[in-house]
Write a protein that binds this ligand. Structure first.
Ligand SMILES: [Zn+2]
Length: 655
């Protein structure tokens, strides 16, 4: 426990602080005092939760996440599902590096000691202790509040997924007992008021309410701490230091500590950027700050300024890779693959990604466990946009020894590289995607259909739609239908009925079906047309073909829709004189023929020449020329691309 006089100092400090304008409904706020015992690798915590009932219901229980119990043993639901984290589990198993949280005591504001029981609402797994149900002695009335005080102890897992310690590096994410979200009837999918408090699963992270966090962290004096929020003060006593942080209007609080952190600070747009890196990574600061500042400007101009006073960037050491590339409110971690050349831009790409999450997930707080596409897909899409703008679309991921790869290819590679890209629709929770397909679908497929939507509406219009979605839902909890509603409203405002009555036809296809998209030019044929001959008006007058002259041709271009999805597309036909005609095709028919007489021979045809329909699984068959093409070379190049994409994807597993 931190020394009492210091706590008094902290709370006085917080109390005196000028009121920051409130951005969110502060439904779940915490005062936490925690002591890190670096010898035992344990946390000793005391916390007060201030919870406001957001509903018209009388709430008779609280439900808490005890995330660290996911690492208690091999039988937790997380561990049973944790295929992607297999190497971490092996390390925990070998080193007996398991982690847990035990709540010693919970009392309400009246001093009543409350009962507790573990529940497993998702799968009934009796070995899973990641959700704690706490029946209340006195229920919380509609609009009422409760103060719940907890004492708890945690064993920190050794380098577990996203959280834990390795040597003297600590990354504490999803580390304290955290109340679930009480969803009133009508909110998202709630038919009646209910707790949304899922067990901790290997896929999908957290979903929580906004609040204010006052957190005092006590640990040995030699450590430097980075955390969500703003540092209020540091007090040293008896070889230990207590670091006090305050984070307002956030959905979570995460911190990291190490005696080896070097602190590098910069300011951008009035926001203090604080990088904590090991000395051998200090030289990367420039690369990190460059992409963060760019992403901050990019998001600021489209959605609104980053509203928090600071952003902390934790750069894990090599032995802290378990905490790489993660997003928490006002704190993100890098994925530092320093053994790769700088022109393999994984570090930049992942930092851009984690920064965009400050908007989509941390502010627009959708439920990642239930609808992972809603934050991961949107974030992945904007990550690509930022990288394309910063480094150029052809080389936004790799530009190394003449090999260049853009972000679009890496998304196409991941989704179409699935053995079966139709394996699952979106209508499932994050842990229910079969065969590890969740990442490819939630991240990459969503990126491809958002790029397709951008292709249809135009980049500027899409950004305006997304800006409207952000502004309507920031500091709230939208579901997928809320997103679709905004798109429908904004598209109707901008385009009338140009795309139909609404965009449901689009979402019905990309979101609610598993169909694929593939357009192909089937054939180009040029048939000589003999000039008119025969009897026309008078039976005695026979019209004969005159001379040889210039031959006329009937040019025919046939295009096919080979898969289930359809989108309006352009078809560009090039004639032998170099002239082109661009046809607008609604893309619906399975086969469509375009015929031209008297224009000369058609020599080439291309569907979607601007590559607007990024969901088209095969761009090679989009074009055809009468002259033979060197498709063989392209084929081997594409195979190489796919290999590289898969390799890159493997490196970005954790985002
Ligand atoms: Zn992400």
């Amino acid at each position: 426990m931190p020394p009492k006089p210091f706590l008094l100092f902290c709370f006085l400090l917080w109390g005196c602080r000028p009121a920051f304008s409130q951005l969110s409904p502060r439904t779940a706020s915490y005062d936490i005092q925690v002591r890190l015992d670096t010898a035992e690798k344990k946390l000793y915590g005391r916390q007060a939760l201030h919870w406001a009932n957001p509903s018209a219901d009388t709430v008779r229980e609280l439900q808490y996440h005890l995330y660290l119990n996911a690492f208690r043993n091999s039988e937790s639901t997380f561990m049973r599902e944790a295929g992607n984290f297999g190497f971490m589990i092996d390390a925990m198993r070998e080193n007996c590096g398991w982690g847990w949280t035990e709540v010693q005591r919970i009392t309400d504001g009246d001093g009543n000691r409350l009962a507790m029981e573990y529940i497993a609402p998702d799968d009934g797994n009796p070995a899973d202790r990641t959700v704690l149900r706490v029946p209340l002695a006195r229920p919380v009335l509609p609009g009422g509040t409760i103060r719940a005080e907890l004492e708890w102890t945690s064993q920190i897992p050794r380098a577990a997924a996203r959280t834990g310690y390795n040597q003297d590096y600590y990354f504490l994410a999803q580390w304290f007992p955290k109340v679930g979200v009480y969803e009133p009837a009508g909110m998202r999918f709630a038919q009646a008021g209910q707790w949304n408090c899922h067990q901790y699963h290997a896929e999908g992270e957290y979903y929580s309410d906004f609040g204010v966090y006052n957190v005092a962290i006590t640990l040995p004096a030699g450590f430097t701490v980075g955390a969500s929020g703003v540092l209020q003060g540091v007090e040293e006593q008896g070889g230990e230091k207590t670091w006090a942080f305050r984070a307002e209007d956030v959905i979570d609080f995460t911190w990291a500590a190490s005696p080896h952190f070097k602190e590098i600070k910069e300011t951008h747009n009035g926001v203090q950027l604080r990088l904590l890196a090991y000395p051998y990574h200090e030289h990367l600061a420039e690369r990190y700050f460059r992409v963060i500042k760019f992403a901050m400007d990019f998001c600021g101009s489209r959605f609104g300024p980053y509203p928090y006073p600071g952003l902390t960037i934790v750069d894990p050491p090599l032995h802290g890779m378990f905490s790489s590339a993660m997003e928490y409110p006002t704190l993100i971690s890098t994925a530092n693959l320093c053994f790769l050349p700088a022109s393999v831009r994984t570090s930049e790409l992942l930092l851009a990604h984690e920064f965009v999450h400050q908007y989509f997930m941390q502010m627009v707080a959708s439920n990642e466990q239930e609808e992972p596409w809603l934050d991961e897909g949107i974030t992945n899409y904007y990550e690509a946009r930022i990288m394309d703008e910063l480094f150029g679309p052809q080389s936004s991921t790799v530009d190394w020894l003449g090999f260049r790869m853009g972000n679009l290819e890496s998304n196409r590679g991941e989704f179409f590289g699935l053995d079966n890209p139709q394996i699952a629709d979106y209508g499932r929770f994050s842990w229910q995607f079969p065969e590890g397909s969740g990442h490819a679908i939630s991240y990459s497929k969503t990126t491809l259909w958002l790029r397709t939507l951008e292709g249809l509406l135009g980049t500027e219009a899409l950004d305006e739609v997304m800006g409207a979605y952000f502004r309507r839902w920031k500091f709230r909890h939208p579901c997928g239908q809320d997103f679709i509603d905004v798109v429908n409203e904004e598209v109707a405002k901008k385009f009338g009925n140009r795309f139909g009555e609404n965009m449901d036809w689009f979402f019905g296809q990309v979101l609610y079906s598993t169909e694929l998209c593939d357009y192909a030019v089937a054939s180009i044929a040029n048939t000589p047309v003999a000039p008119p001959a025969g009897i026309f008006e008078e039976t005695e007058d026979c019209v004969r073909p005159e001379g040889k002259g210039e031959p006329r041709f009937r040019a025919s271009v046939i295009v096919h829709r080979l898969e289930g999805l359809y989108f309006p597309v352009e078809v560009r036909i090039t004639f032998e004189d170099g002239q082109t005609i661009t046809e607008q095709w609604d893309g619906k028919a399975r086969s469509r023929e375009f015929v031209y007489e008297g224009r000369g021979r058609a020599v080439a045809a291309e569907i979607d020449p601007e590559r607007r329909i990024c969901l088209d699984k095969n761009f090679i068959n989009n074009s055809r020329a009468v002259a033979p093409q060197k498709t063989g070379v392209r084929k081997y190049f594409l195979q190489f691309l796919f290999w590289m994409q898969n390799a890159m994807q493997g490196l970005s597993m954790l985002v």
